[in-house]
Design a protein around this ligand. Structure first.
Ligand code: SAH
Length: 343
């Protein structure tokens, strides 16, 4: 048994507490990129395109100065480094107006980010970002936040806990706010529904900030367009699925992002939502394949097929193009943003 799992006599731990603890250990002690690959690590085009997206978005917000270019869960800092390179080359006004703010809790990853993005400011969460216009990027951040899972049993719901590497179900605590209990959703016996309260809080906080200052968050993550029942908790170690309970702390634990649920949270706080659109459509609309072909042409010594193959991996529906989605949360009245179909 991995040393970080609670001992057998440990009281059952609610899934979100278990997942938060396991991922905190994981991100502080392991190299996540040995276990999974993310879009910015597949190709520099991903960060470059998002940098140009941010520059256009800044113009659409009225070019506010100063502006925060923020990222939540920046991993190795690759996305932000690629974005800044593209911004400096093509949007010097934006480059001059922005200051980079990174939201990261892992000391190990902060050190990696500092090497890639010198001069950034670090934060543990949204609360300490300056109260000023903000453009925030987050790729595969929300999927790492801890979820709760409820199981339909008869006409009631139980909640899943973890004890000594096994699932345990307990009655839903009395007085749990009705909005938390997924009563409204059609559910059959044994169905599992998930609730990501941390993601909800993140979106609610961002939406509240967006009411006070022009702000846009671009969230890229994996999950279905519509909320659906099902257990989406997954653990990856060395790029292979493994048992989320046994491998806790030594594997990356993630769950699908419920974009419909988060849309409701943002709108309840008065923010505007654009998307979600499948990542493939989003990146293709922003010129991913034109960029790949240009890269291939401009670097004839390199493997010609590599940029195009990377673009396909990011955008093809049977690779990352469909399950991954892009969604924007913006200040009320924000004009249509690049990559999103007009409302
Ligand atoms: N965006 C990067 C990394 C994704 S991995 C990429 O696309 O490659 C998830 C990232 O979120 C890691 O940087 C991890 O340390 C960070 N993270 C996870 N939980 C967090 C939390 N609660 N607060 C801040 N950062 C968190």
């Amino acid at each position: 048994m991995p040393a970080n799992l609670p001992p057998a006599n440990h009281p059952p731990e609610r899934l979100d507490a278990f997942m938060a603890r396991a991922n905190a250990i994981y991100y502080a002690t392991q190299d996540p990129f040995a276990d999974f690959t993310t879009a910015p690590e597949i190709s520099q085009m991903f960060g470059e395109i998002l940098g140009l997206w941010a520059a256009v978005t800044w113009q659409l917000l009225g070019a506010p100065t100063p502006v925060s270019l923020a990222e939540a869960g920046p991993g190795r800092g690759t996305l932000m480094a690629d974005a800044l390179r593209a911004v400096r080359r093509t949007a010097p006004d934006f480059a001059a107006a922005l200051r980079v703010h990174l939201i990261e809790t892992s000391p190990r990853l902060k050190a990696a980010q500092a090497a890639q993005v010198p001069g950034a400011a670090w934060h543990d969460d949204l609360a300490t970002l300056p109260a000023q216009p903000t453009i925030l990027l987050a790729n595969e951040f929300l999927d790492a936040l801890p979820i709760r899972q409820f199981v339909r049993r008869g006409s009631r719901w139980t909640e899943r806990f973890v004890a000594a590497g096994q699932w345990v179900e307990q009655p839903v605590e009395p007085g749990l706010a009705p909005s938390l209990v997924p009563q409204g959703r059609a559910a059959a016996e044994g169905d599992i529904v998930e609730l990501n309260e941390s993601a909800r809080r993140f979106v609610a906080t961002f939406s509240q900030r967006a009411a006070l200052n022009p702000a846009v968050a671009l969230l890229l993550d994996y999950g279905p367009e519509r909320s659906a029942a099902g257990d989406s908790l997954q653990a990856l170690a060395r790029k292979r699925p493994t048992d989320p309970l046994r491998a806790a702390g030594s594997a990356d634990l993630t769950a699908h992002v419920d974009f419909a649920d988060l849309t409701g949270v943002a709108r309840d706080r008065g923010a505007a939502v654009q998307g979600p659109v499948p990542q493939g459509e989003f990146l293709t609309a922003l010129g991913l394949f034109r960029r790949a072909e240009r890269l291939a042409r401009d670097h004839p010594g390199d493997d010609l097929a590599a940029p195009v193959a990377a673009a396909r991996r990011l955008a093809d529906p049977d690779a990352m193009g469909h399950l991954f989605k892009a969604m924007a949360i913006a200040s009320p009245g924000c004009p249509p943003l690049p990559g999103f179909p007009p409302p």
